[in-house]
Design a protein around this ligand. Structure first.
Ligand code: NAD
Length: 299
């Protein structure tokens, strides 16, 4: 047996994405130890054979490596540092993989702090949403040392198909934030095109299908364009989470003195959507901003 063979994966954060990623890892043959602050979040994983842990420390104590899929930077920091933490109880193979989207600077700091305790850290945020998580075909952008990345690879392969080592700690998060910038501005452009098409009276279903066959095609137009046309605001990726990411993009841009005018405008529109009660809805609900501006609603 490879002395670093990983059999038991600890997983913290079984929300929209995490619970589907856990199911993929279970199908890939790993044994899972799961923990979430909302106890009901782990029910399906436990039904499928996962072991429930009652604290973060217990996850570390029972696992070979630990994967995190938490909302934001403070959530990740809260399970890394402190009394009930992975730093206090590292997994046996001394590897932590954070797949949440958090601040690149925080990922670098966590990597440095963990290394001082002899623990490897890989920041490995994902793109592909719940569909990619369910089908284990996520795109994974990994930051960390060569050794840590190759150590993490068998675990990452249980959740994704396009897995790239993009640099040192923080580099995965940097790429993910660039991804979110493109997604946000793309959703804005799709909203504008649908608002314009609607006002002109064209058949929006035909318009989307035709545009999907040309150079304006995108995952966003395919999935979220359809949801906008159907007036479906149900959440895959919530407006609240996109605002969290756009804030991280803006902070990074500010630190690096890079003006991002398109991101600034779309951030304002996301804030407007949230202030009108859309925070828990999916990203396609950005279109409601255009409904208001043009004094129309989808039929
Ligand atoms: P989510 O809010 O649905 O799930 C997060 C889970 O973490 C929840 O079950 C919550 O109870 C749990 N949690 C929070 N703090 C915790 C703590 N201290 N200890 C244990 N559990 C805790 O979020 P999500 O949609 O699954 O997204 C998770 C991360 O992945 C976010 O950073 C998000 O930006 C990113 N992401 C999401 C999507 C998507 O489509 N939803 C896609 C790509 C990336």
């Amino acid at each position: 047996m490879d002395e670093r063979e990983i059999q038991v994966i600890g997983f913290i954060g079984l929300g929209t994405m995490g619970r589907l990623m856990v199911a993929s890892l279970q199908r890939a043959g790993f044994h899972l130890v799961v923990y979430d602050v909302v106890a009901s979040a782990t029910e399906l994983a436990i039904k499928n054979g996962a072991q429930a842990a009652s604290s973060v420390k217990e996850v570390g104590e029972l696992s070979d490596v630990v994967v995190l899929m938490l909302p934001n930077t403070p959530d990740v920091e809260s399970v890394i540092y402190g009394d009930d933490s992975l730093m206090a109880a590292p997994p046996s193979r001394r590897l932590i993989i954070d797949m949440s989207t958090i601040s690149p600077g925080a990922a670098r700091q966590i990597g440095t702090d963990l290394l001082q305790c002899g623990i490897d850290f890989v920041d490995a945020p994902v793109s592909g949403g719940p569909i990619g998580a369910e089908k284990a075909c996520l795109t994974i952008m990994a930051g960390g040392s060569e050794d840590a990345f190759s150590h993490a690879l068998p675990v990452l392969r249980g959740m994704g198909t396009t897995i790239t080592h993009v640099g040192a700690n923080g580099a995965g998060q940097t790429l993910k934030l660039c991804n979110q910038l493109i997604c946000g501005v793309n959703i804005q452009a799709i909203s504008e095109a649908i608002a314009l098409g609607r006002a002109s009276g064209v058949d929006l279903t035909i318009m989307r299908e035709v545009l999907m066959g040309g150079s304006a095609s995108s995952w966003m137009l395919e999935k979220l364009g359809l949801a906008m046309i159907n007036g479906d605001t149900s959440a895959g990726f919530r407006i609240d989470l996109m605002l969290k990411d756009l804030r991280l993009v803006q902070e990074m841009a500010f630190d690096l003195a890079v003006p991002l005018p398109a991101t600034s405008l779309v951030t304002t529109q996301y804030l407007d959507a949230r202030s009108h009660g859309e925070g828990a809805n999916g990203n396609q609900a950005l279109f409601t901003v255009y409904d208001r501006m043009s004094n129309q609603t989808q039929t």
